[in-house]
Write a protein that binds this ligand. Structure first.
Ligand code: NOJ
Length: 688
């Protein structure tokens, strides 16, 4: 066996010096190589058997993934899969800590060991590739690196052959990726044994029999198709990667040298330990944004938005047009009065008339409707410290958007607009029929993110590509939709979100990153014109009012919306909680929770002493004891508690909220009584 040792020093971006030992070991084909996380709890084993490169994962000695194969199928070239031998391997250790500009947690430590294994084909065309494995305390990750080589230049991947063979069955929590809305992660969550899965979206949460909880996802998706997972037709415990395609069926086009996104396997002893999720941050490069970043600001915002969804306003021009100068200035005044930083306005730009779903090639991103004086509006807001959040719905007319995007972003920057919500309603691009999560679209989203950064614009993407940790590199990438948000409750009926929705969301979609869920609906009976698509009575959020408040703590978003109409907040004592709650956190702790049933989260504000606690439940009422042992010892606090009132029930009595105050310390255990479909929100501030 050939042995080679070297030692080098690395200066990591945030100024931390890391000693990296690189004992490089040429391994024989039949050898297996082991990699353990610095704390020893997570372990990867890698080897070659019968020409197949495989990896396996263990947690505390217990198998999680049993030997699973790695490789690629190409168009017009043999599969790179079954005639491999290990030719080289190297090792390294990294330890670096940095402060996120905003987040669920301020400080992130990336301490991991790395093993890079290079394999080559034993027969023509003699191609080679490397798989880099990393073992962290919160999981493991690996990615393929295809070096520049004569036998592999331009390529078209038809299938990534990565397998995940679960060591035992698991309860999978997922959204279906294929029917009936193929491309927007907007199906209801389901659970089923992992062994019978069809094609599902990432992140995929797996409660393994006898623990732990595992989340399969990806990190640093730059120039590749978004990841999905599919069960095998043989209905065993092997999951494979499914990649959405370009219009011609190719999954990924590239040229060596090339790296794939990281395939992440997050491992948590209990579901609550999945948060705060920082694994994907560790696998993305440090921020590339420099200079004055004061334009990036976590904040609360309101919007000319819900009115369109409940049919009291329209996006289109006409008597109910929401995006008028007067209406926007009214919203801005309300925002200023309540300490909110922004007002989102949809329907401000030409293109919404008629069936806007089909207007992908009609939208202008620079021309306002005549009743929307954009310059005057921005000026009005600036005078009171409120920014306009513009909106670009593409309806998947990507070329129409890309033709205009430079001039649009230049215009927004010149006007002083620092916030933008994008939208991608539609399953495929209008031109080219590329899948919503294809490599084509991944490139597009990345382009928008980079261009927005250049123009000092914070982004919120609806119908996004799933978050894979980009916010570390581009902290202007604030949040995304990527699951069913509040809007489904406006459309109502059977199409609305069931009470368990957010209790699942927290352990699934939210593990990827922040979500623009848009909580805060107070008019839970919804007084609105009749004639909404599913009838007047059944279109309303199926939650209590206290649960709407608790969502501000449970569902993390750096730009967090107060989604209801301003008039529905006027005179409501419970609105004080939305005014008080923060959107940027120093610390996040999941105090209790069960996927699909309930969850209680505590978060400490960034740069201040206050804590906020949110508890939510599904359709079952429940009583939870919540110890406040996370508070510093020996200090006295006041807890302002917004609880479900007497006989509150999401079905027929959603509004009662009891607001009370009591003195608490780290020794206090609060009894949290949650109504069916209910919740509780608590602000904990130092006693004077
Ligand atoms: C769907 C988005 O989720 C929603 O927020 C938006 O109002 C509409 N599309 C129109 O763009």
């Amino acid at each position: 066996m050939r042995m080679r040792y070297s030692l080098r020093s690395l200066i990591v971006a945030c100024g931390v010096t890391v000693a990296v030992a690189v004992p490089a070991t040429g391994a024989r084909a039949q050898d297996s190589l082991r990699l353990a996380s610095p704390d020893g709890r997570n372990e990867v084993v890698v080897g070659v058997r019968d020409g197949f490169l495989w990896y396996a994962v263990r947690h505390e000695g217990k198998p999680i993934i049993t030997p699973s194969r790695l490789g690629f199928a190409f168009r017009g070239a043999p599969t790179l899969f079954d005639s491999l031998r290990i030719t080289d391997s190297t090792r390294a250790t990294y330890d670096t800590t940095w402060t996120q500009p905003w987040g669920e947690v301020a400080r992130v430590r990336d301490h991991h060991n790395e093993l890079r294994v290079t394999v080559a084909e034993t027969k023509a065309p003699m191609r080679k590739f490397t798989v880099a494995f990393r073992a962290f305390e919160d999981g493991v990750a690996f990615r393929y690196e295809l070096p520049e080589q004569q036998a592999l230049g331009d390529f078209e991947i038809m299938d990534e052959l990565t397998e995940y063979t679960l060591a035992r069955d698991a309860k999978a929590w997922f959204t279906k990726a294929t029917v009936p809305k193929p491309d927007r992660y907007e199906m209801l969550y389901e659970s089923a044994p992992a062994s019978i899965l069809d094609t599902v979206n990432a992140p995929l949460t797996l409660e393994m029999q006898d623990g732990p909880t595992v989340v399969l996802h990806e990190a640093n998706l730059v120039d590749y198709a978004g990841i999905q997972f599919r069960g095998g037709p043989e209905q065993n415990r092997t999951l494979r990667i499914a990649l959405p395609a370009w219009g011609d069926g190719v999954k990924v086009r590239g040229r060596t040298p090339f790296v794939t996104p990281w395939r992440t396997i997050q491992i948590a002893d209990r579901p609550g330990d999945l948060h705060p999720q920082v694994l994907t941050l560790k696998l993305n490069p440090p921020s590339v944004l420099t200079g004055d970043l004061s334009w990036i600001k976590p904040m609360k915002y309101i919007g000319i938005w819900w009115g369109m969804h409940i049919n009291t306003m329209t996006w289109s021009s006409g008597p109910k047009h929401g995006a008028t100068t007067a209406n926007t200035e009214r919203y801005m005044d309300f925002a200023a009065k309540n300490g909110f930083g922004g007002v989102l306005v949809e329907g401000w730009n030409i293109g919404w008339d008629g069936d806007w779903y089909s207007n992908g090639n009609v939208f202008s991103f620079t021309k306002p409707y005549p009743d929307f004086d954009i310059a005057a509006i921005v000026k009005h807001g600036a005078a009171e410290g409120v920014g306009l959040i513009a909106h670009n719905e593409t309806a998947m007319g990507i070329q129409n958007y890309e033709r205009q995007i430079d001039s649009a972003f230049t215009m927004y920057e010149a006007l002083g607009i620092h916030g933008l919500k994008t939208g991608y309603v539609g399953d495929y691009t209008l031109e080219g029929h590329h899948h919503h999560h294809s490599q084509y679209m991944v490139r597009h989203y990345r382009h928008v993110m980079e261009l927005a950064a250049q123009h000092h614009i914070m982004l919120v993407a609806h119908e996004p590509i799933m978050d894979t940790g980009e916010r570390r590199t581009y902290p202007n990438m604030m949040s995304r939709e990527g699951s069913r948000g509040m809007e489904y409750n406006a459309w109502g009926g059977e199409g609305g979100n069931p009470p368990e929705h957010e209790t699942t969301l927290f352990f699934t979609r939210m593990v990827a990153g922040p979500m623009d869920f848009t909580p805060g609906i107070f008019d839970l009976q919804i007084k609105r014109p009749t004639g909404t698509p599913r009838g007047p009575n059944d279109s309303r959020p199926r939650t209590t009012l206290a649960k709407q408040l608790a969502l501000y703590v449970v569902i993390y978003a750096p730009l967090q919306m107060a989604a209801d109409l301003p008039e529905n907040y006027e005179g409501q004592p419970a609105f004080q909680f939305i005014r008080d709650v923060k959107t940027d956190w120093d610390t996040t702790r999941v105090l209790d929770g069960k996927i699909g049933d309930y969850v209680v989260v505590a978060r400490k504000e960034r740069g201040g002493p206050q804590w906020f606690v949110g508890g939510i439940t599904d359709e079952n009422g429940r009583t939870l004891d919540v110890p406040l042992s996370f508070l510093p010892k020996g200090k006295s606090y006041v807890a302002e508690i917004y609880a479900d009132g007497p006989k509150a029930h999401y079905l027929d009595n959603p509004l009662p909220v009891t607001i009370s105050k009591r003195t608490v310390t780290s020794a206090t255990t609060l009894r949290m009584v949650l109504a069916p479909g209910g919740g509780q929100a608590i602000r904990i501030r130092p006693a004077k």
